[in-house]
Each structure stands twice: as structure tokens, then as C-alpha cells.
Design a protein. Sequence first.
Length: 53
Amino acid sequence: MNKFEEHYWEIGKAEYPLSKIINEVQKAGFKVEKTYRVFENPYHRFFILRKGE
């Protein structure tokens, strides 16, 4: 892979399914309250997280 390419990974592609990303976030001590995309920019995914107790 060329080091000047824009994307090295994207959620839902290759080895980065959304479930894996959510699992990693949870392992880091956060709870995923909500995840969503906005119509104007569907290539970005937003997460609302809560810090673990």
C-alpha cells in the first residue's frame, strides 16, 4: 500500500466490520450509546460514547 493513500481502513471493509470497531471501543472502557451516519456525509460514522464505570 502506498503510504500517501488516503484510506488505510474503513468501517465495513476488509478486516474492519462495525462489530469489531464497537468491540474495540468497549474493550477500551466505553459504552456505545449510539452510532449513526448523516445523510450529507454517509462516508463518516459517528459514535456517541459513555465512559465506563
